[in-house]
Design a protein around this ligand. Structure first.
Ligand code: MN
Length: 329
């Protein structure tokens, strides 16, 4: 089952934005993705970080996971590893991912659910496909976003927020042609369920073939649109935005997205777009693998703290996967 769907005609609607009098954000750039591998070797498409990292601020990384149809035995994850200094947001459109961490939190993230993990001062977590997906194979599609924390919040205690598919705030465009799922932050006066330290907005929109949606956007936020599946155009200038590309908008108070009339028949039939933006933190960024701090000294400290076990210890019942008779689900 894919991310939550709804009849847009029964939903609250965004207000129509006036063509004249709205400060439309121009498309500043369309960014291609880098194809790479994460964890045990699952393929991801990564629009950033890139050499223009500061343009994504307060975001640090976006990984597009799949969509992939795993064969039996093929699904992979990211076994126990540490993080410090930021938040990870995992949104699963199709399929499932299983999460466990050293605060004792955990759960299945599936079919439109989001897991929001504040690593803060430090945490270890385990992100794996559930056993059934490994054994039987199946569809897997999602994203992981890293949201930075400002210096005064990098030492906040770790926190875990499960956001179920039915928790997201559903809205419709004024003409009913677009379904908007607000995961976190505010859009047109409507609030999503995710609680964020750094002010951001994160939403998944499904634009019907040929439809156009105009999204009001906080003027102090940056604005990014990433095409998850299908084809469309970003902005009034209609910059082509095929699957796996990201548009970066300039300043203004709204931007528009227009779906192509012809959509990929393998997908949902709509143009699926992740829209995100936030208030830039504007602080120096020192990053090394799973740690994101302000200075090199703090990175060295993070490595040392991890090696000394100060980022948490794996609860006994979750000790690394073993293939013994005791290893029952
Ligand atoms: Mn991780």
């Amino acid at each position: 089952m894919p991310a939550v769907t709804a009849d847009t005609l029964s939903l609250p609607r965004l207000e129509e934005l006036p063509e004249v009098g709205t400060a439309w954000r121009p498309v500043r750039r369309v960014v291609d993705t880098v194809k790479t591998f994460e964890g045990e070797g699952f393929p991801v498409r990564r629009p950033f970080p890139s050499k223009d990292l500061e343009l994504a601020d307060p975001f640090l990384l976006l990984d597009h996971l799949g969509a992939v149809e795993y064969a039996p035995g093929e699904a992979k994850g990211a076994p126990w590893h540490p993080h410090r200094g930021f938040e990870t947001v995992t949104y699963i459109v199709d399929g499932a991912f299983e999460h466990r961490d050293t605060t004792g939190s955990g759960g299945l993230i599936t079919d439109g659910a989001t897991q929001w993990m504040t690593a803060g001062a430090g945490i270890l977590h385990d992100e794996m496909p559930p056993e059934q997906l490994i054994m039987k194979g199946g569809l897997f599609h999602g994203i992981q976003l890293w949201v930075n924390l400002p210096a005064n919040l990098k030492w906040t205690p770790p926190r875990y927020q499960p956001i179920e598919a039915n928790d997201v705030t559903l809205l419709s465009s004024p003409d009913g042609g677009t379904l908007i799922r607000i995961i976190a932050g505010e859009l047109g006066g409507h609030e999503g369920p995710g609680s964020t330290w750094t002010p951001i907005t994160l939403a998944h929109v499904s634009v019907s073939p040929g439809a156009r949606v105009s999204l009001p956007w906080a003027p102090g936020f940056n604005a990014l649109a990433y095409s998850l599946a299908g084809n469309g155009y970003a902005g009034a200038e209609r910059s082509l935005l095929p699957e796996g590309q990201m548009a970066l908008f300039g300043d203004g108070d709204a931007f528009s997205l227009t779906a192509d009339l012809v959509q990929d028949s393998r997908g949902t039939g709509n143009w699926e777009v992740l829209v995100l933006g936030g208030q830039p933190i504007n602080e120096p960024v020192a990053r090394y693998g799973p740690f994101v701090m302000n200075t090199r000294q703090e990175i060295l400290q993070a490595v040392e703290d991890y090696q000394a076990g100060r980022l948490g210890t794996i609860p006994a019942q979750w000790l690394p996967h073993q293939t013994t008779a005791d290893d029952k689900p």
